[in-house]
Design a protein around this ligand. Structure first.
Ligand code: 2AM
Ligand code: CA
Ligand code: CA
Ligand code: CA
Length: 278
């Protein structure tokens, strides 16, 4: 670990950054006209994504200049297996940009901290959620449980597929949609219902606190790194329904991820593997 900074201090630091970025995002939506650009096909980026990214990465670089940063908007190209011995921050400044641009509340700032490819601390902060719009902050430090606004959280008790409320998402580029629709078809037939809410980080945190039973998708490290630790620390089961290449840390490998209440995990994996032809 860096110097003599404890993991709790790291988590506190990440939480302070996420809350401040949340304020920035809220302020921009309330007081300024959102400027949106297209990144590719249907993917948007707003000036608030860039501002929040610069704020978070700048603050990390100032406090921990020797650490590395993997961030969606400014540094998305770091190979995950590279420099595995250097502490790594994995940032999504706004997870749910389409929701943000449309005024929907399902939006989060996600900050994860990893050592040797293993996530040690995670914060997912939803600035527009919760009672009176005060925000909801999910937090975990490895080995120390997970909380929502300071209260311990736990996964649901669902044990059968027909009880399972599941969430997933669809990529901005639609060329790989066919296998996703096959999985969706299989899941819809066997589970209770689907929610497609548009923030992967919050979907996973909602599995952690029992508002959902299952989440699966193909995503990028910044979408899930923090939330996956929060789910694990809340007792949920996190893994992959496909294979993880040997040279990739499972904590940062976003293909075919599956996170659910523990009793559902194996049966959902079977449904998804069959539908994928694995
Ligand atoms: P973003 O808002 O940071 O781009 C998983 O669905 C994640 O991928 C989301 O959290 C979102 O992250 C992004 N995403 C990819 N395709 C999307 C789509 N069609 N609509 C909304 N979000 C999408
Ligand atoms: Ca994006
Ligand atoms: Ca994202
Ligand atoms: Ca984003």
């Amino acid at each position: 670990m860096s110097d003599s900074v404890s993991l709790h201090e790291i988590t506190d630091f990440a939480q302070a950054l996420a809350l401040e970025a949340g304020e920035l995002i809220r302020h921009e939506r309330d007081h300024n006209t959102l400027r949106t650009d297209y990144k590719q096909q249907t993917e948007l980026v707003t000036h608030a994504d860039i501002m929040a990214d610069e704020f978070i990465t700048g603050a990390i670089r100032k406090r921990f200049p020797e650490h590395r940063i993997l961030s969606e908007e400014t540094m998305p190209d770091l190979t995950q297996a590279e420099h595995i011995d250097t502490p790594l921050w994995v940032i999504d400044p706004i997870d749910g940009t389409v929701n943000y641009a449309y005024g929907h509340p399902q939006v989060a700032v996600s900050i994860a901290y990893a050592e040797r490819g293993q996530v040690q601390a995670g914060i997912v902060h939803a600035p527009f959620a919760g009672q009176n719009g005060k925000g909801e902050t999910f937090r975990a430090t490895r080995g120390d449980g997970a909380t929502l606004n300071g209260q311990a959280i736990r996964h649901s008790n669902a044990s059968e597929l027909r009880q399972a409320l599941f969430a997933t998402g669809f990529p901005y580029t639609k060329d790989a949609l066919e296998p996703l629709l096959k999985r969706l078809d299989a899941m819809i037939h066997q589970c209770r219902d689907l929610r497609r809410m548009g923030s992967a980080a919050l979907d996973i945190c909602w599995v952690a606190c029992g508002r959902l039973d299952v989440y699966y998708e193909n995503v990028s490290p910044w979408d899930f790194a923090a939330a996956r630790l929060i789910a694990i620390e809340a007792g949920a089961h996190a893994g992959h329904f496909g294979e993880v290449p040997e040279n990739q840390p499972a904590d940062l490998w976003g293909k075919d991820i599956l996170i659910s209440s523990p009793k559902l995990w194996l049966s959902v994996r079977e449904v998804l593997r069959n539908a994928s032809g694995y």
